[in-house]
Design a protein around this ligand. Structure first.
Ligand code: COA
Length: 150
């Protein structure tokens, strides 16, 4: 478990190099730098970073369209996994979306990503359906999950 040293803050352009290193180590088809950059400046986006000793150890990217929240990306540095960092970011994001009067939060996850499925289930997300062959490299179905907030 991480304690007081963990800080969750808005993602800034200066955080991009460390976030990108985590992204490329975590995903076979990672988000590009321009994609992160665009998200940082998008008015509907909420990008949060988890930092320890001023270094990025994880991030969660989401957006809110009217009253619907969408979790778009989540990763934690390999050396910092299993300490509750993703849980802290998800809990905080749910609180932010509740404060913004979101009725539901949606996300997609690779059908084989048992760790991510388990985390979202822990926070009450339920299975909504699947999107066939949604992902590439390797091709795989997406599991669509949703959390109702009201
Ligand atoms: C998914 C990921 C973000 C989890 O980050 P994390 O900080 O290690 O997660 P946490 O420590 O908060 O763990 C939360 C829950 O996940 C589950 N979990 C975490 N590590 C696990 C493991 N190795 N095996 C099984 N379940 C695991 C548990 O349910 C855990 O809750 P618990 O501690 O109360 O039992 C991280 O593994 C990661 O970056 N993976 C690669 C990128 C990815 O798959 N992102 C998700 C895309 S939707």
């Amino acid at each position: 478990m991480v304690g007081k040293e963990l800080i969750i803050a808005d993602m800034k352009v200066d955080d991009l190099p460390e976030a990108l290193a985590i992204e490329t180590a975590s995903f076979k088809t990672p988000w590009s730098e321009p994609l992160f950059y665009n998200e940082i400046f998008k008015t509907t986006a909420i990008l949060r970073v988890a930092k320890i000793n001023e270094h990025v150890v994880g991030y969660l990217c989401a957006d809110v369209i009217i009253d619907e929240g969408h979790i778009l990306n989540l990763a934690v540095h390999q050396e910092y996994r299993g300490r509750g960092i993703a849980s802290r970011m998800i809990k905080e994001m749910i609180d932010i979306m509740r404060d913004r009067s979101c009725g539901s939060i949606f996300l997609e996850v690779r059908a084989s990503n048992d760790v991510a499925l388990k985390i979202y289930e822990k926070f009450g997300f339920g299975l909504l359906g699947t999107r066939k062959n949604y992902y590439v490299s390797p091709v795989e179905d997406a599991v669509v999950m949703a959390l109702r907030l009201r």
